[in-house]
Write a protein that binds this ligand. Structure first.
Ligand code: 5GP
Ligand code: ZN
Length: 119
């Protein structure tokens, strides 16, 4: 069924607790945890607990949960005190854009100067 946990999905295993992560926030519908390979002083991933392969499919099927991901991304930025200096929310979509885990996730990056446009 759409949104059900996938046995071969790394982030579903973080949601279930089968794989450990440094969780910084959790809501009824989302989990936020530190990226294992941080690209900035703050690099947190916000994921929906339900499994959808990318942000657009999540938004199409579960718009409220997609909104929850954005709300939590903003809360992470406030918790990390990067909201005043600026931060970036990124949804890599497709392998050509650097997506490697096909469970929707927002990267929240900040704590250093961020170039625009990104590479
Ligand atoms: P993507 O490349 O799909 O946009 O982002 C996937 C992110 O997941 C990468 O930044 C990568 O460092 C992170 N990642 C991969 N495996 C793990 C893991 O086991 N634990 C955590 N916390 N992050 C991971
Ligand atoms: Zn998943």
């Amino acid at each position: 069924m759409a949104g059900e946990p996938q046995t071969d999905c790394l982030f579903c295993k973080i949601v279930s607790g089968d794989i450990p992560a440094t969780i910084v926030r959790e809501s009824a519908t989302t989990v936020a945890f530190r990226d294992i390979n941080p690209q900035a002083p703050t690099h947190v991933l916000v994921i929906p607990k339900v499994h959808y392969p990318d942000a657009a499919s999540l938004a199409a099927a579960e718009p409220q949960i997609a909104a929850d991901v954005l709300t939590e991304a903003g809360a992470v930025a406030a918790d990390e005190k990067i909201d005043s200096t600026g931060y970036r929310i990124i949804f890599n979509t497709g392998s050509g854009a650097g997506q490697t885990v096909f469970h929707a996730h927002a990267h929240v990056l900040g704590g250093r100067g961020l170039q625009w446009p990104p590479g």
